[in-house]
Design a protein around this ligand. Sequence first.
Ligand code: IMP
Length: 337
Amino acid sequence: MQIYTRKKLNSFELSLTYDDISLVPTEVSEIKSRTQNRTAAEFLGEKINLPVLSSPMDSVTGIEMADKLGKLGCIGIVNRFDSSLKQLTGSEKYENIRAVSIGLNADDELIEKLVEGKYIICIDTANANNKTVLNKCEDIKRKHDVRIILGNVAQGDSLKRLVDAGADAVRIGIGGGSVCSTSIQTGIGLGQVSSLLDCYFSKEKYNLDIELIADGGIKNPGDVSKAIALGADVVMLGRMLAGTKEAPGEVIKYNDQLWKKYRGSASFGVKMKNEFIEGEETMIPYKGTVENVINAISDGLRSAMSYMNCLTLNQLREKDKFVILSYSSFQERLPKK
Ligand code: IMP
């Protein structure tokens, strides 16, 4: 069996995603307890306790979710589809909310208010490698002192263009989101691990000052550990945070079970018109408070760090030891009923 470094993984002949790989602990761990590890990080100058951002989707991040995640030491990015933005730009101050998303049609007045509020701005588009998106970023940066997240990209060759346009962080992943039908509808996209690695090496090669967000396809705490170990600065979560009490939307009782809606930003339910649809809508079991999910991620990441003999996230990134799983070894890893 071969142990792969990031570099070797990046030159693997097939496109890979989280279920294709695993971390390999090869050292005697000196970590005495999970409470010893530190999952703290900085994202765009903001101190966080856990490298987790919430996706700016209308069924994931409204005011309540962003506020709660802020209190838990993560960052929630308020969506641009419902009335949350309006609320945020009103007179009330939200100290725990650090990031908001806008569309390409956001006007100067809105942007000025968000800049005044010192929010990180996420320009929420399906493809950042696009003239209109890059021009919008450049335009905002020319007029304002503000941190900008741009997305999404699938490969690293576009990264330099994003940095030149003023992007401070990039959302990496096209086609990998759990309610994303982009790949099915268009034939576009590659595995999330390959996308992330391609961007990681592009950043390194051109010495780019941009933070990497692994966005989409993260299903469990183990995938969070993998993304961080691969070199992501933070992960962005949709489905893992959807269905919680703090996610926008009602709890529905159906077939004796509680559910909440989760839908793609390019789904029919969001667009409500006959545009090209690249997102699905689904119901997911109600999960209770988002604090439980965040604690589970924190525990999983700390435990991964203990196995890998790491005290910090940077040490986890430095280990650089992975294996590629055969389909049967992946199956073997799954708990059986
Ligand atoms: P998840 O965590 O796997 O559910 O993925 C969430 C990510 O999917 C988001 O952060 C977006 O990058 C992506 N996404 C959200 N809505 C859509 C859509 O309608 N089509 C394609 N991708 C989407």
